[in-house]
Design a binder for this molecule. Structure first.
Ligand SMILES: [Zn+2]
Length: 172
């Protein structure tokens, strides 16, 4: 990781060490974290240093935004990253995991096997979680997601609703 190496070379070097020498990699991370922690504490303790650091970070962020704005390829990557973060924050899965789940369901709701309705505010199927374990059950359209939500995600109630519909239809 000598001076003059590119970010890409550094990335590859770290990935190689992570794979081949996990312990050394771990130690390196710990040392880095420790150094950063000390550095941040030093900055926090000194108002002038703190102000300078904030200005430096703001300037770096401004340059980065300008760079992203000017470069369509970078912009596309940025949009992907923002979307990815949205899926992780909102649903606890990456955009990639979402895409593969959606593809596995043929982009259709896991219950009614229909696509997301036109009227929905969300363009894409909702990620349905088990409320107890937090585990992703699958993707649902807004209708079904609201439907089972209104029935409290309650297995027995949902079953009774199905039996009720079946019985009523059979009696007609
Ligand atoms: Zn549905």
């Amino acid at each position: 990781m000598g001076k003059g190496s590119t970010a890409e070379q550094d990335r590859r070097w770290r990935a190689g060490m992570k794979a081949n020498e996990p312990e050394r990699y771990r130690a390196l991370l710990d040392a880095n974290n420790e150094r950063n922690k000390k550095r941040r504490a030093r900055i926090r303790a000194d108002p002038d240093l703190h102000a300078a650091e904030r200005a430096k970070l703001a300037e770096r962020a401004r340059l980065r935004r300008a760079q992203i704005k000017a470069d369509p390829e970078l912009r596309e990557k940025h949009v992907q990253r923002v979307r990815d973060r949205f899926y992780v924050d909102a649903y606890g899965i990456t955009l990639e995991e979402y895409e593969s789940l959606s593809a596995a369901q043929g982009d259709l709701c896991a219950i009614c096997l229909r696509p997301q309705p036109e009227w929905s505010r969300m363009q894409r199927l909702a990620v349905d979680h088990c409320h107890e374990t937090g585990k992703v059950r699958g993707l649902l359209c807004d209708r079904c997601n609201r439907g089972i939500g209104l029935l409290g995600h309650h297995e027995e109630r949902l079953r009774r609703a199905a039996d009720y519909v079946t019985g009523t239809l059979a009696a007609m």
